[in-house]
Ligand binder design. Structure first.
Ligand SMILES: [Zn+2]
Length: 1080
């Protein structure tokens, strides 16, 4: 869970620009139509995690850091690191002496290779005493990465690896405080800080551009994994894993625990249940047959003894793989490591942790499972079905793997890809499930299916999948499609744009994917040769001869097929709650009075420990930079503002490795209010409807062949001190320097030539969007709650909610019928949106590339602008809509809640100061973390201050509580008033905030944030002023801020996305506190 995701999970929320005062979230909209599939691709592309709460449990469906980030299999190897110079400087410290240094420190060099693909020298070492393996990658990338990975295959679904992943970061030998991890979140310049649990391994990565900061992070992580306090501390295990909670012997006992509630949230999402079922059924005989994250029904079976044993067994250097990457001194890396590794003796962990391959079945298998659906909801089209294959009984060679990745892109990678298209066009279901090829585990898998299916159509979906695959094997692929896929893949390899995800981490995850199974860790980093040989083979024998045998061998003729059917069950959620209550009642009945008194005492003791701050001397042990290490000026982005043909053009001269990034922006303010909810579908239609001369498949292939992708999405935000919101449509695209004419031609084509005539396709968009929104309600209820609160508090929030909140879902449900009954009306509304948006007036263009490319592009841009229709400046509409500001409970079938409360603090007279960034971050990482997460048992709790609108909001994530959490929020002002902190803690808070402000950005993200600042009216002077205010934040600022946020307690509006039982209970306790809205 991470905060950036939370607020940004609405595709067009004003919240998405909340903090882009300082930084942008390199974001091509979540509905980036060129790559929508890969967004939901089930692979580990963990989210960028600045605001991460601990842990990113491996999920089958995860969102990628950047929508244009290509499928993992091809991702992110790249030539250029990130400096603005094209000169490759020799990394420091590489020389003849390095081997001697390694030898002296106890390391043996196993292999050394130059990796041309990422202009790096990579050396593999073995620590002689323990056998720990170390990959030391040197290059000129300042965004340094460290990671340590252990093989941690579980034997059951108690979630041991996951709970351990959380727990080791709760204090260690050298850093004996409650949560060093949180101290690092608060006070370091990390560009990445998180941990992940996979089905068979646990990864601890950190990254920073500041060398001193980087080594601090490395030291805290190494101490955490090898010498954690949690193995001697039952209370940490209880807090992060599970425990019985009892405040008073007369009350009911409940289960608490951070992982317990995190996994309850996971098990409330049908897509997640489906993914887990499929994996477990496909691997009945090895470790993948259980859930490493933990099944909430099984987690309470875990004992502290088993937990400790697991750590002793697997968190050992003999079972470790360690990664270093970047421009720091390679000798220093080994020096730091040897200090830790030398204190261990070799053990047999690496034998014990080996993952055994699953043997292939001789017969297909079918399983049926129920998932929790809303009571009384329409269950007719709510079934899901997914076909899954285990492709091979052993790992594939790199070339086959690459070919299968390519095949996956051809079949599913774009809206035009045939398997994807045919499934969606069948109208048998609303949206795709299963994410195609999954190659991150020992054996690759392939999954595909549909959700939103009628029970009687399940068979038809299965037949359609099989028949389509057979047809593709028989007929092969369109040459244009092959060319488009090839270009997309090559573009993304060359560009290596990992968004705000460090490049070095992306490489590490690729390398580890093989290394963890004792295969060659260098091989996955070198894509050039297998790619060229695949290309040559396609050129020589044709694509059919390459791909048809793959489909036949690995899918059609492969008996290891598991079909999973999921049925909606409106009673499942309440049945599970009842079962849990029954267990707890039995536990209570079995206890004597003394036992109960003891449990109440233990509950009290745990809470007291959680709520007692660490002593200052313990906090001081976590190393921190000083304010002298912090640059006084904000990060500069070169920006030239000019005009071409009467249109404002912003140009950023940055080294982009021959790629042009451009955004064409249109003002949305002349749009009629009632058309707003249609805007997201309008954007999708531009890319996926086709023109008079080209159907959408041809149009998509053309985009794939000529560019690196185009996306279209709305962007809204409040503007500080202004009534009228900032509301735009952004067309974002990228292309190689030699293709800049093509990109503007294509943008012109989608804006002006696309026809809104395909009723069936449009109907599919509506169904897909509906399915996506329903999924979001269960999985990202905090985003839904945040949007809803914003919609009650300001116009920009209202607009965003119309296009991505509960209102949007309601709109989609009516629209679905309207498309059938009045298609002409819908079609002409789309045309009307185009007419009011697309014109030279209200247009703005942003371009990021090197100076030469920018100059060369101007003539094409000028031609593009000439072709745009001009029109009389129309009256801007004054939208003044809000949702009624009552407290609302949005009821969904879930086992955990999302609780929000918000108010506009500018209305209290509060004047923005940079200190607000420091303070809200501090509140999130201390008060809310301690009360909502640590003692409340929620997976996350945080606050957010939108400096543009003035809305200060609190939100919780996967929260077992409801009213209790609101009480914590209301206590925040008092917390600030009573706060005491020494200079050191304050400095840490300031540095952590600067870390956010100076978030690491690749050049395209720099250009994009500069554009956003321009749109929001944030000047360079203001940035400088805010920075100075941040740097000079004092304890008094904290006290002053308490008065402002008192308003949230007094006047704030509450929105919770919650389970029906909890809402009923809350309304009983506080007479009808919530207005109830049932949406699922
Ligand atoms: Zn977790």
């Amino acid at each position: 869970m991470e905060r950036a995701v939370i607020v940004r999970s609405l595709s067009c929320s004003s919240a998405s620009v909340n903090r882009l005062f300082f930084r942008s979230y390199h974001r091509l909209s979540r509905s980036c139509p060129s790559f929508p599939f890969h967004q939901h691709h089930k692979r580990l592309v963990p989210n960028v995690s600045r605001r991460s709460t601990l842990c990113h449990h491996w999920r089958r469906i995860s969102s990628s850091p950047s929508p244009l980030y290509f499928k993992r299999c091809f991702s992110s190897l790249s030539p250029k690191a990130v400096t603005t110079s094209s000169q490759y400087a020799s990394p420091p410290g590489i020389g003849g002496s390095q081997e001697e240094v390694a030898e002296k420190l106890g390391f043996e060099k196993i292999s050394e290779q130059m990796i041309e693909e990422c202009k790096s020298k990579a050396v593999l070492y073995k620590h002689k005493k323990t056998g720990a393996e170390v990959m030391s990658v040197s290059n000129d990338d300042e965004n340094k990465v460290f990671g340590i990975v252990f093989r941690t295959p579980p034997k059951d679904s108690t979630g041991i690896p996951h709970i351990l992943e959380h727990s080791v970061l709760c204090g260690s030998r050298k850093y004996p405080l409650k949560e060093p991890f949180v101290e690092l979140l608060k006070g370091s310049l990390h560009t990445f800080l998180n941990a992940f649990t996979y089905p068979d391994r646990t990864c601890y990565p950190v990254a920073s551009t500041n060398t001193k900061d980087f080594y601090n992070l490395v030291d805290v992580y190494l101490d955490a994994v090898f010498f954690p306090k949690c193995v001697e501390d039952l209370q940490t295990f209880q807090q992060e894993g599970w425990h019985y909670e009892l405040d008073n012997p007369s009350e009911d006992i409940s289960f608490k625990g951070v992982v317990f509630n995190e996994m309850k949230g996971v098990y409330s999402q049908p897509d997640n249940i489906l993914g887990r079922m499929a994996q477990q059924a496909m691997f009945p005989d090895n470790t993948y047959g259980v859930d490493s994250g933990g099944d909430p029904k099984v987690i309470p079976k875990l004992t502290f003894e088993e937990f400790k044993d697991f750590h002793r067994k697997y968190y050992h250097p003999s079972n470790a793989r360690i990664w270093f990457y970047g421009d720091d001194d390679p000798n220093e890396r080994l020096r730091i490591l040897s200090e830790y590794l030398d204190s261990f003796e070799a053990n047999v962990a690496s034998e014990a942790s080996k993952v055994e391959p699953q043997k292939l079945f001789s017969e297909p298998v079918r399983i049926v499972e129920k998932y929790p659906a809303g009571e009384g909801s329409d269950l007719k089209k709510k079934h899901m079905v997914c076909l899954n294959w285990l492709l091979s009984d052993k790992p594939l060679d790199l070339e086959t793997e690459l070919a299968i990745g390519f095949l996956d892109h051809l079949m599913l990678g774009t809206p035009a890809a045939p398997l994807r298209r045919i499934l969606l066009e069948s109208s048998l279901g609303d949206a795709i499930v299963g994410g195609g090829v999954e190659d991150e585990l020992l054996q690759p898998q392939f999954s595909i299916g549909l959700k939103g299916v009628s029970e009687e159509d399940i068979q038809k979906v299965e037949e359609l999948v099989m028949n389509t695959l057979k047809k593709l094997a028989d007929e092969g692929f369109d040459p244009e499609a092959v060319e488009a896929s090839m270009n997309t893949i090559e573009f993304s390899l060359r560009e290596n744009n990992t968004g705000s995800f460090p490049r070095g981490l992306s490489l590490m995850l690729r390398s580890i994917g093989k290394w963890i199974y004792d295969m060659d860790p260098f091989e996955p980093l070198k894509y050039e040769k297998p790619l060229q040989s695949l290309k040559a083979k396609i050129a020589e024998v044709g694509s059919k001869a390459v791909f048809s045998p793959l489909i036949e061998k690995f899918i059609l003729n492969n008996p290891h097929r598991v079909t999973v059917e999921m049925q909606p069950d409106p009673e499942k959620a309440s049945r599970e709650e009842a079962a849990e209550r029954e267990i707890l009642e039995k536990v209570k009945a079995s206890m004597t009075e003394e036992d109960l008194a003891e449990l109440a005492r233990a509950t009290q003791e745990l809470r007291l420990k959680q709520e007692t701050p660490d002593p200052p001397e313990a906090l001081r042990k976590v190393p921190c930079l000083s304010l002298h290490d912090i640059p006084k000026k904000p990060i500069h982005v070169p920006t030239e503002i000019g005009e071409i043909g009467g249109v404002k053009v912003l140009q950023h001269d940055l080294f982009t490795n021959d790629v042009l990034y451009t955004e064409v922006v249109f003002n949305m303010s002349s749009l009629k209010q009632e058309l707003l909810p249609l805007v997201p579908l309008f954007c999708q239609s531009l890319l996926e409807m086709g023109t008079k001369d080209m159907d959408f498949v041809q149009l998509n292939q053309l985009i794939g062949r000529k560019t690196g992708g185009i996306s279209v999405y709305p962007l809204t935000s409040s503007k500080r001190g202004r009534e009228d919101p900032c509301s735009h449509i952004i067309v974002r695209g990228k292309a190689m320097a030699g293709r800049t004419e093509d990109i503007f031609n294509l943008v012109n084509c989608i804006l002006q030539d696309v026809q809104f005539t395909d009723q069936q396709r449009f109907k599919q968009f509506v169904c897909q969007s509906k399915a996506r929104m329903e999924n979001r309600l269960r999985g990202s209820g905090h985003g839904i709650a945040a949007a809803r609160m914003d919609a009650k508090l300001n116009v920009a929030g209202w607009i965003a909610e119309q296009m991505g909140g509960v209102s949007y879902l309601e709109f989609l449900r009516t629209l679905e019928e309207k498309v059938d009954q009045d298609w002409n009306g819908v079609s002409s509304s789309l045309e009307e949106i185009r007419k009011s948006l697309v014109s030279r007036q209200g247009c703005l263009v942003n371009m990021t590339a090197d100076g030469k490319t920018l100059t060369n592009t101007e003539k094409f841009l000028s031609k593009f602008l000439d072709l745009l229709p001009g029109k009389q400046p129309s009256k801007t509409n004054s939208w003044d809509a809000r949702i009624s500001p009552v407290n609302e409970a949005i009821v969904v079938p879930t086992q955990v809640n999302y609780v929000g409360k918000a108010a506009n603090i500018y209305e209290t007279g509060y004047q923005l100061s940079g200190s607000a960034y420091v303070i809200s971050k501090y509140i999130s990482n201390t008060w809310l973390w301690d009360r909502v997460r640590v003692s409340g048992g929620a997976y996350g709790g945080f606050c957010d201050f939108d400096t543009h609108s003035g809305v200060f909001s609190y939100l919780s994530y996967r929260d077992p509580n409801l009213l209790k959490t609101l009480d914590v929020y209301d206590g925040t002002a008092d917390f600030l008033r009573e706060l005491e902190m020494d200079d050191e803690i304050l400095t840490k808070a300031i540095i952590g905030t600067i870390g956010d402000v100076d978030a690491y950005q690749l050049p395209d993200a720099k250009g994009y944030s500069s554009l956003l600042r321009y749109l929001l009216g944030v000047t360079e002077e203001e940035r400088q002023k805010r920075r100075e205010e941040i740097l000079s934040t004092s304890l008094n600022d904290f006290k002053d801020f308490s008065d402002a946020i008192e308003a949230v307690k007094e006047k704030g509006v509450v929105v919770a996305v919650a389970s029906p039982e909890d809402v009923v209970a809350a309304n009983e306790e506080r007479s009808n506190f919530f207005e109830v809205k049932k949406v699922l």
